[in-house]
Design a protein around this ligand. Structure first.
Ligand code: BEZ
Length: 255
């Protein structure tokens, strides 16, 4: 993994599923579960299952689901919901032609070696098995990233090595999937402006800590405040209501 900042999960960046994340992400994940269309008794791997909210939904639809996440805390939370879950880094999936489908929602952008991930996904699938995923795509949180990078630069700090995410274009991900041996059924970028009920400060705290890694508290605070001031022009309505500039990449492929 190329990034110096690792979560307890071993994935780059902040926790893949946080308290704020879980407040709205499972609802947003409904469409991708529909796309998965899990059938009773199908064996399904939920890659980056987080706290297991969507894994449990897939289980309720009758499938035999295993959730994996690199964060022991998240796996424990998933197990407390009654989900079967294991601590496994998505870059090192150990499965061999066992699953009818691999599902992933809101996790793959934290895994910075996508070829290693996709190779493991392919190996995990039975012949003809499908891969259904949604994660951050090209342009995701672009304004937020630009404001963070500009605020760091304003203080003379390079953003090199601080950006914790992989947000590919459809062309880039198509090429990668084909290189690994997948056939693509559909792939699209979906702009999804996402309200932040707890504000931009809370979002930055939850997701953007790699940008502030190793900085003194005073400096961190100044960069944090500058970022929020820059973003207020485009992502706040002036009444304290914030919306993040999310763009999702949604893909269905099979082996
Ligand atoms: C997420 O994990 O939900 C996320 C991470 C970075 C940007 C946007 C969303």
């Amino acid at each position: 993994m190329s990034n110096a900042f690792h979560t307890p999960s071993g994935q780059a960046g902040n926790a893949s599923r946080s308290a704020e994340h879980t407040a709205f992400s499972p609802k947003l994940g409904n469409d991708v579960v529909k796309l998965l269309s899990p059938q009773p008794e199908q064996r399904i791997l939920d890659l980056g299952c987080g706290d297991g909210a969507l894994t449990a939904r897939i289980m309720q639809l009758g499938a035999d689901v295993l959730g994996v996440d690199a964060s022991p805390d998240m796996v424990e939370a998933a197990q407390q919901r009654g989900v079967t879950a294991r601590v496994i880094d998505g870059h090192q999936l150990p499965f061999d032609h066992e699953f009818d489908a691999v599902f992933s929602n809101d996790a793959l952008h934290w895994m910075l070696d996508p070829q290693a991930v996709l190779s493991g996904v392919k190996r995990a699938l039975k012949p003809g098995g499908r891969f259904v995923a949604e994660f951050g795509g090209h342009g995701n949180v672009a304004a937020i990233c630009t404001a963070l990078i500009a605020s760091l630069q304003f203080r003379g700090i390079s953003s090199k090595g601080r950006h914790p995410w992989y947000f590919p274009t459809t062309q880039e991900y198509t090429n990668l999937l084909q290189t690994v041996g997948f056939h693509i059924d559909s792939i699209e970028l979906i702009p999804r402006p996402t309200p932040l009920p707890n504000g931009m400060g809370n979002w930055l705290d939850t997701y953007a800590s790699p940008f502030f890694h190793g900085l003194e508290d005073d400096l961190k605070e100044a960069i944090f405040d500058n970022t929020i001031n820059l973003l207020a022009h485009s992502l706040s309505d002036g009444h304290g209501n914030w919306t993040a500039d999310y763009v999702r990449l949604r893909v269905v492929a099979h082996v």
